[in-house]
Design a protein around this ligand. Structure first.
Ligand SMILES: Nc1ncnc2c1ncn2[C@@H]1O[C@H](COP(=O)(O)OP(=O)(O)OP(=O)(O)O)[C@@H](O)[C@H]1O
Ligand SMILES: [Mg+2]
Length: 291
């Protein structure tokens, strides 16, 4: 066997080992206030995770605005709505993003999610079953606010990735979001990122405040994932419609995102959490039977 083949074999073995230890993770990206950087964080973490060998799916759950598509500079012509209407198969809806990331554009399909008819429910269930084994990490990016469809989406996730900004209202809004997600959707595990902070101490203080209030009044676990500085390159990357981490690999925000991606991937939450695609599947099947 050549050295190259040996190295490939070893890499394959390590990836398989990681997969058997950590089955599919579904993480809902959320925030209290809008515009705090959810989509930028999710889109770039997806690319970094894919670079580490993870098979990543990012679901663009933003109604109408299709933010992930814009940041990746892609223009898929199909979305979840087409799948629900029975026009196409899931593989025809998944789009190719940068670095091998797959994108499921939800489009106005998201609006349907809380009021699916039987046929649509069956199609969604079949589609989820089809992709369950194809991915290691699913990131759900949703728009601002907690409507019924966002609750449905994030409620199917095992963990939330909560993005907060240093503004005082962001903190109270973040707490309100955690409360709704915890009480109405049973989401208990929160990975917190403080975005656009002046320095680490400021970011840590924000996390500490949020974490102490949330853990005192709610049955939730809060985990510090990291912080991102304010970095003009984020805006430049948005304007170029290329991922920041590819366009500016040594910018301050990219360096921070690298650390966050490492923690997120290599230190998953200890306990096996409920939720995930299987959970969503089961719930959909139960609802279908009840109907
Ligand atoms: N670390 C950062 N430094 C500088 N600018 C940033 C940073 N993070 C995000 N931004 C800017 O903030 C704006 C909003 O970011 P983004 O679209 O990711 O927010 P969002 O939370 O997804 O918004 P929405 O709630 O509307 O979905 C973008 O224009 C982006 O350029
Ligand atoms: Mg967004």
């Amino acid at each position: 066997m050549s050295n190259d083949n040996q190295a490939d074999g070893l890499r394959q073995l390590m990836t398989e080992q990681r997969r058997s230890q950590h089955p599919l993770r579904v993480i809902g990206v959320t925030s209290g206030k809008g515009g705090v950087g959810k989509t930028n964080v999710a889109a770039n973490l997806a690319v970094l995770a894919a670079k580490q060998g993870e098979r990543v799916l990012i679901i663009d759950g933003d109604l109408g605005l299709a933010n992930v598509e814009i940041l990746y500079g892609i223009k898929p012509n199909r979305h979840l709505g087409h799948l629900l209407d029975g026009d196409v198969e899931l593989r025809d809806v998944l789009a190719e993003g940068p670095g091998g990331v797959k994108v499921l554009p939800a489009g106005n399909g998201v609006q349907h999610l809380t009021r699916l008819d039987d046929g649509q429910r069956m199609r969604l269930v079949a589609a989820l079953e089809e992709i369950e084994d194809d991915f290691d990490l699913v990131l759900l990016d949703s728009g601002a606010g907690i409507g019924d469809n966002v609750l449905f989406f994030i409620g199917a996730a095992q963990e939330a990735l909560l993005v907060v900004s240093p503004e005082p209202t962001s903190l109270t809004d973040a707490y309100a979001t955690i409360k709704v997600l915890c009480q109405d959707a049973g989401v208990r595990h929160y990975n917190v990122i403080v975005n656009q902070a002046g320095h680490e101490q400021m970011a840590r203080e924000i996390f500490d405040k949020l974490s102490s209030v949330a853990s005192r009044f709610l049955d939730v676990r809060m985990r510090w994932l990291g912080w991102l500085p304010r970095d003009e390159n984020v805006h430049r990357a948005v304007m170029s419609q290329r991922p920041l981490v590819e366009l500016f690999p040594s910018s301050p925000a990219t360096r921070a995102l690298n650390g966050i991606a490492d923690t997120l991937i290599n230190e998953p939450p200890p306990a096996q959490l409920g939720g995930g695609l299987k959970f969503l599947w089961n719930r959909l099947v139960r609802e279908a039977r009840a109907a």
